[in-house]
Write a protein that binds this ligand. Structure first.
Ligand code: BYC
Length: 346
C-alpha cells in the first residue's frame, strides 16, 4: 500500500516535470490540467530570460512559432532570391578566378537557403507551403534583392555591403533563442565572411585601377549604400515586430542599433580604399562615438517591400519559372523515394 502511494506521487511529479520541459500533453494527468496557458507562457518566458535555448519539441507559444516561421522563411527566401542579381554576372566575370569565386558564393547562398528552409520546417510548416507563400506575395524577402546589378563593380558592392550588413544581423541571430535558427546562423556567418572579403577585395582592386574602374566602383557604392542601410528594416519607432521578438530574444538588438553598428564599421573601410559614402550628412560624432548619418528614404523602402521596387516583378517571375521548370525533378525524386521505400519494405 505504502509502495503504491509513493509510486503514484512520484509518477505525478515526474509527469509534471516532463510536461513542463517537453510540452507534452498527458490527458490522464490531473496536475497538468491545473496549469493554465498563462503559467505555461510564464514558464516559457522564464526559460528565455535565463538564456535557455528553445528546441523544436519544446512547448512554445503559438505566436512565437508563427513569428519565427515568418522571419525565418523570409530569410530563406532572401537567400534564394539573392542568388539572382549575382548569378546574372557568372558568365560575365572578368577572369577565371573571379568566375570561380562568384560561382562558389552563389552556391553558398543556395546552401544557406536550403539550410534555413530546413530549420523552418522544424516549426511544422513544409517547404512547398513556404515557397507558395513567396510566389503568391504573402511572404516577403529582403528589399535589397530588388535592385539591378548593372556593372561588375556591383558584384563587389553586394559582397562587401550586402553580405557585410547580413553578417552584422546574423551574428546577432546566431545567439537567438531558437536552437535550429541560431545553429544555422553560426554556420552561415562563416561563409558570409568569405563573401564579404571577396567583395571588398574586388572593389579595392578596382580602386587601384584606371579612372574608369574607380568611377565604376564609386557608382556602385552610390547605388548600393542606401538600399544596404534599408536591409536592417524600418526605424525602431516603425517596427511592429521588434518588441515581441526582442522579448523572446529572437532579435537581440533593434533595427536602428544594428544599422548604426554597420555604418560605424563600414565607413572606415570605405575610406581605406578611397570610396566616398554618398551621404552629405555623414559625420563622426565624437561625443556619441558613432557616425551621424542622413535621412533614409523610407518611401522608397516601403515601395520596394510592397512589390514596387525596380526588379520585384523580374525576381518573382524568375523564381516562379525556376519552380515550374523544376517540377518534374521533384516529382521524379518523390517517385524514386516511393519505389525505394516499397523495395525496402518488401
Ligand atoms: N526587406 O517589424 P519589422 C543575404 C518587413 S540574405 C523586406 O522591423 P522584423 C544574402 C518585415 O518583414 C540575408 N522586408 O520586422 C543572400 C515586416 O513585414 P511583415 C537576409 C522587410 O521581422 C544572397 C515589416 O517590414 N537577412 O545575406 O522585426 C546574396 C516591418 O518590419 C525588411 C534576413 O532575412 C527588408 N529589408 O525585422 C547575398 C535577416 N525589413 O513580415 C546576401 C532575418 C523589414 O510583418 N530577418 N521588412 O509583413 C531579420 O533580421 C528581420 O526580419 C528584419 C526585420 C530585421 C529584416
Amino acid at each position: 500500500m505504502v509502495f503504491l502511494f509513493v509510486f503514484y506521487w512520484l509518477r505525478l511529479i515526474t509527469i509534471r516535470f516532463c510536461w513542463l520541459r517537453i510540452g507534452k500533453f498527458e490527458p490522464h494527468n490531473t496536475l497538468t490540467i491545473m496549469i493554465t496557458e498563462d503559467q505555461r507562457e510564464a514558464e516559457f518566458q522564464r526559460r528565455i530570460d535565463s538564456g535557455e535555448v528553445i528546441e523544436p519539441k519544446d512547448w512554445m507559444p503559438e505566436r512565437y512559432r508563427r513569428q519565427l516561421i515568418r522571419m525565418m522563411s523570409q530569410h530563406a527566401h532572401s537567400e534564394i532570391v539573392g542568388m539572382l542579381p549575382e548569378g546574372n554576372w557568372i558568365t560575365r566575370a572578368p577572369s577565371l578566378a573571379r568566375k570561380a569565386i562568384l560561382l562558389a558564393k552563389v552556391q553558398d547562398e543556395a546552401g544557406h537557403g536550403l539550410y534555413i528552409y530546413s530549420a523552418t520546417e522544424t516549426l511544422g510548416i513544409d517547404r512547398a507551403e513556404m515557397i507558395n507563400q513567396l510566389h503568391t506575395g504573402k511572404a516577403k524577402y529582403s528589399s535589397i534583392f530588388n535592385y539591378p546589378t548593372l556593372t561588375w563593380a556591383d558584384i563587389g558592392a553586394i559582397g562587401w555591403l550586402v553580405d557585410g550588413a547580413a553578417i552584422i544581423n546574423q551574428t546577432a541571430l546566431a545567439k537567438c533563442s531558437y536552437g535550429p535558427y541560431s545553429r544555422a546562423m553560426l554556420c552561415i556567418c562563416k561563409e558570409e565572411n568569405f563573401h564579404n572579403k571577396q567583395g571588398y577585395q574586388l572593389l579595392a582592386y578596382l580602386m587601384r585601377g584606371t579612372k574608369e574602374q574607380q568611377e565604376m566602383a564609386q557608382d556602385a557604392m552610390n547605388r548600393w549604400w542606401w538600399p544596404a542601410l534599408m536591409m536592417f528594416g524600418p526605424s525602431d519607432t516603425n517596427s511592429p515586430n521588434s518588441d515581441e521578438l526582442m522579448r523572446w530574444k529572437v532579435k537581440l538588438y533593434s533595427n536602428d542599433h544594428l544599422r548604426q553598428r554597420f555604418i560605424d564599421r563600414t565607413v572606415p573601410q570605405a575610406e581605406a580604399i578611397g570610396l566616398r559614402i554618398p551621404d552629405a550628412d555623414l559625420k563622426w560624432n565624437e561625443q556619441a562615438r558613432h557616425y551621424d548619418f542622413g535621412k533614409i528614404n523610407w518611401d522608397e523602402f516601403n515601395a520596394v517591400i510592397s512589390g514596387n521596387g525596380p526588379c520585384n516583378h523580374e525576381r518573382m517571375n524568375a523564381r516562379r519559372k525556376a519552380d515550374e521548370e523544376g517540377r518534374w525533378v521533384r516529382e521524379a525524386a518523390r517517385e524514386y523515394a516511393r519505389k525505394k521505400s516499397m523495395v525496402t519494405a518488401a
